[in-house]
Design a protein around this ligand. Structure first.
Ligand code: HEM
Length: 470
């Protein structure tokens, strides 16, 4: 209370909780207490730009995230190194994701999804009820590990690696923001899992180096093994291993939450699932040949499903930065002091009727220019020429002014966007070939969102009914 009564008039207004108040009377900049820290939220396109394109001297990500990520990923990568080194690491990752690589990933992902549906006991009956997030978590990790880390890693997943990743995951919850150091049972398991996964990767790296490696594979591990920092140092094996863990964890939470939401939305809207199948039949032919990378661009509704689901259900709901020096908020009287943490929430503008008519409607057709619900960024002609900037890992869109930023913006922007799109589009295309989905009670209801972790996801259990198409 004293913080509210005696607050500095040049600091943004205090609120107790911010989720229920989005878009209401508090304006676009306000402060609340999160885990004992004064946390200032700045929303809307201007707020996103202020935080995500903030200068390195003003805002800092690693100070916030390192306590959580370093015990899980390992040393010397991502937030356990200076930002300039992260920018080089992101460059290596981005360069590995070539069109040639994506071309090789689509059959790998298709094959994994088909074999999962064939072998998983819960999908054996002609019709049944499944808890979809559990299934999508497995499909995501099998497809991502096979495509990004190669067949040698994928073959270790069925036995040891899946359980170890589960233990690593336990170290990735908000409680670890405060108790990351404590000798708690799940932290001990996390540390053992980190060491073990890293040493499995390092053995595979050694083996691949010794055997001259395979020419067929375009995985990320192979690319990182052969990358060299600007100062001439080749990326050491332990860093390759730790980057592999970081990539899989980053992609796992976001892609598996997104694919679960997609399946729940399809169960809620079975007619859209039919439309998706008809789109494939129309474009690819009634015999539905094996999917190729080039096919994905020919399936606009299949693409729009991902865009629209990320608009409403972006898994990274809050992006935080430490404030390094007083930051005046443009156009206001406020100055954010270094004792505060800044929080961006791009999902707020993505559900603002100013930019997205009927924002609460999940309407994949809104991404067609002539739809009555078409967003301003689509209606005003093709998305305007976006301002690009190079933070050290190639040109990226600044995203300044865009109300739609599920992959972030600025120096910490996602490098996995294209991979996630290829992965999700292929999973959706394979799923609609195999099944019809509906809600268990035949209703049009939707399960609520679990915001308790850093990545939002459907509340569990989230069950749907499937029927096999034969
Ligand atoms: C960063 C979203 C999938 C790797 C980010 C950020 C967002 C995001 C919002 C910015 C975080 C920040 O500013 O602090 C998503 C979504 C995904 C997805 C919605 C899927 C639907 C992936 C995948 C990978 C990946 C599949 C790996 C292949 C990364 C990396 C960063 C990042 C390396 C950079 C972190 C940094 O520079 O601090 N992602 N991501 N992401 N993402 Fe993704």
């Amino acid at each position: 209370l004293s913080q509210i009564l005696f607050k500095n008039p040049n600091e943004p207004p205090m609120v107790f909780h911010w989720f229920p108040f989005i878009g209401s009377t508090f304006g676009d900049t306000f402060t609340f207490i999160l885990l004992g820290k004064k946390t200032t939220v700045a929303v809307g396109p201007a707020g996103n730009d202020f935080i995500l394109n903030g200068k390195l001297k003003d805002v800092n990500a690693e100070e916030i995230y390192t306590v959580l990520t370093t015990p899980v990923f390992g040393k010397d990568v991502v937030y356990d190194c200076p930002n300039a080194k992260l920018m080089e690491q992101k460059k290596f990752m981005k360069i590995a994701l070539t069109t040639e690589a994506f071309r090789s990933y689509v059959p790998i992902i298709s094959g994994e999804v088909q074999s999962y549906f064939k072998k998983n006991a819960d999908f054996k009956p002609k019709t049944g009820i499944i808890d979809i997030p559990k299934k999508m978590a497995e499909i995501t990790i099998f497809t991502a590990s096979h495509a990004l880390q190669g067949s040698a890693v994928r073959s270790r997943f069925d036995e040891t690696l899946a359980a170890l990743y589960h233990d690593l995951d336990m170290g990735f919850t908000p409680i670890n923001f405060m108790l990351h150091w404590a000798p708690l049972p799940w932290n001990r398991k996390r540390d053992y899992a980190q060491r073990t996964v890293a040493s499995i990767y390092m053995d595979i790296i050694k083996d691949r180096r010794a055997n001259g490696d395979d020419h067929e594979e375009h995985d990320m591990m192979k690319h990182l093994m052969n990358s060299t920092y600007k100062n001439g140092t080749p990326v050491p094996d332990h860093e390759v291993a730790h980057m592999m863990i970081a990539l899989l964890m980053a992609g796992q939470h976001s892609s598996s939450s997104t694919s679960s939401w997609i399946m729940l939305r399809l169960a809620q809207n079975p007619e859209i699932m039919e439309e998706l199948l008809q789109e494939q039949i129309r474009v690819l032919g009634a015999d539905l040949p094996p999917l190729q990378y080039e096919d994905l661009a020919k399936l606009p509704l299949n693409q729009a499903i991902i865009k629209e689901t990320l608009r409403i259900h972006a898994p990274i709901h809050s992006i935080m930065r430490a404030v390094k020096q007083p930051m005046p908020v443009p156009g206001t009287k406020y100055v954010i002091p270094p004792s505060h943490v800044l929080l961006a929430a791009p999902g707020v503008s993505a559900s603002d009727p100013q930019y997205f008519p009927s924002p609460d409607a999940w309407d994949p057709h809104r991404w067609e220019a002539d739809s009555p619900n078409a967003p301003s960024i689509v209606r005003n002609g093709a998305v305007e020429e976006e301002e690009k900037i190079d933070y050290g890992y190639g040109l990226v869109s600044k995203g300044a002014g865009s109300p739609y930023l599920p992959f972030g913006a600025g120096r910490h922007r996602c490098i996995g966007e294209q991979f996630a799109n290829v992965q999700l589009q292929t999973i959706v295309a394979e799923t609609v070939r195999a099944f019809k989905f509906s809600n268990v009670d035949g209703s049009r209801n939707l399960i609520g969102t679990d915001y308790a972790s850093l990545f939002s996801r459907p509340l569990e259990p989230a069950k749907i009914r499937y029927e096999r198409r034969d």
